[in-house]
Design a protein around this ligand. Structure first.
Ligand code: DOR
Length: 423
């Protein structure tokens, strides 16, 4: 048994925010209350002055395994997740090979089950991400696919996507979409606007995202599928999702910490480290994303943790790959840029990082009520720290936040009743 003493227990699923002790036993939350320190506990963790919350859930990470393990692998990815306070993550399928067959998925899930945290995998919507032929979604789901996505590559063919949504609806499983119409993109990873003009770089306009978001919300409405609009970046997209939710579409949206924290200006300051698909946009977009988080249009915060090697990111802007790591800075960026700025309460921030994504995927996690899985994070909301390049647990260090001072430090992550990280 573990006793976590005197923490501020914040559990968005029940609305709880109070000073309590938490007892863990046999991988579950045994009790919440006030308990004396006795010898029956194998460990007592002093959480005074700290927040005790459900382990964070990230529905969008890239662990690059199989095939691209010079960037990350499932072991280092899981270590980065635990260090960031995450106990459940969903890996995207853009590996090498793509996770589009039962064999690839089964092999991967076998290894994932050995990890100290819950690492799940999505499977591809289309074979080899070709955008034309659907994978055997039923067989992949039966083999354990958490959901379906061609993330990284937008699905251009409307008919193919509508068919996929109908199967996803039948299986009652999420389908997650990267929304950028390639026909409208001159050069990926940088917003088409002031900064791209300055750099004489073609850029990716907000319209490329908005057009697909509008289309796919309609497809979601008509198919009844549960759709995740991934890494939403444009204010107009937020408005489209807002109205389509009102119409009754089962549309959910995720935003990344980079999109609510930075703007296109970061490309001028951080170069390729700020190159990401969809791109960082304008202050006006950033503000609209925050409004979307506030009014519930945006349901989840997801990192899109996208490791790339130093050599790859050292290439010129037009050749470097898009993406940035995010698991180890996500909570602190939320605390620093959303909670401390007064946009969200801590409870609201954690709602977007625990119970909302857990419910969307139908997972047995994301809450601390009695009987729940003993997956927790303990953090100091007030502790300041500087993001340092050589401190990441990830195999890669492609973060535009290096050198920044953030608030909110993870002290301890517990998964299945076992301590999996201590800071
Ligand atoms: O910038 C990105 N990088 N966006 C994505 O959607 C994919 C990701 C990657 O896999 O590197």
């Amino acid at each position: 048994m573990i006793l976590i003493k005197d923490g501020r227990v914040v559990d968005p699923a029940s609305g709880m925010d109070e000073a309590l002790d938490v007892v863990l036993e046999h991988g579950r939350v045994k009790a919440l209350g006030k308990f004396p320190q006795t010898e029956e506990y194998e460990r007592i963790i002093d959480a005074q002055g700290k927040v005790v919350a459900p382990g964070l859930v990230d529905v969008h990470v890239h662990f690059r395994d199989p095939g691209l393990t010079y960037k990350e692998d499932i072991t280092t990815g899981a270590a980065a997740a635990a260090a960031g306070g995450f106990t459940t993550v969903v890996c995207m399928a853009n590996t090498k090979p793509v996770v589009d067959s039962v064999e690839t998925l089964t092999e991967l899930l076998g290894r994932m089950r050995q990890l100290p945290i819950h690492v799940l995998s999505a499977a591809a919507v289309t074979r080899n991400f070709g955008g034309k032929e659907l994978t055997d979604m039923r067989a992949l789901r039966a083999a354990g696919a958490a959901g379906f996505t061609d993330d990284g590559i937008p699905i251009v063919d409307t008919g193919v996507l509508f068919e996929a949504m109908k199967v996803a609806r039948e299986l009652d499983v999420p389908i997650s979409l990267h929304e950028e119409d390639p026909a409208l993109i001159a050069a990926a990873g940088v917003n088409q606007g002031e900064v791209s003009r300055q750099l004489n770089y073609g850029g990716a306009p907000a319209l490329a995202e908005e057009a697909l978001v509008a289309r796919d919300c309609m497809l979601a409405l008509r198919s009844g599928a549960k759709v995740d609009i991934q890494h939403i970046s444009s204010g107009v997209s937020v408005e489209v999702v807002r109205s389509m939710k009102r119409l009754g579409a089962s549309v959910f949206a995720e935003v990344t910490p980079q999109h609510f924290s930075l703007t296109e200006q970061a490309v001028l300051e951080r170069g390729t480290l700020a190159k990401v698909n969809p791109p960082l946009r304008t202050e006006r977009d950033r503000y609209a994303l925050i409004q979307g988080l506030k009014d519930g249009t945006i349901d989840f915060i997801a990192t899109d943790h996208a490791p790339h090697s130093r050599e790859e990111k050292a290439r010129p802007l037009n050749e470097a790959p898009s993406g940035m790591i995010g698991l180890e800075t996500a909570l602190a960026l939320g605390i620093t840029n959303l909670v401390r700025k007064g946009h969200l309460t801590l409870l609201q921030l954690l709602e977007k990082m625990t119970v909302n994504p857990a419910r969307f995927y139908g997972l047995d996690c994301g809450t601390l009520k009695e009987g729940a899985a003993a997956d927790l994070v303990i953090f100091d909301e007030r502790e300041a720290w500087t993001v340092e390049e050589d401190k990441f647990h990830s195999k890669s260090c492609n973060s535009p936040f290096i050198g920044m001072e953030l608030y909110g430090k993870v002290c301890c992550t517990i998964c299945g009743g076992q301590v999996v990280y201590e800071g």
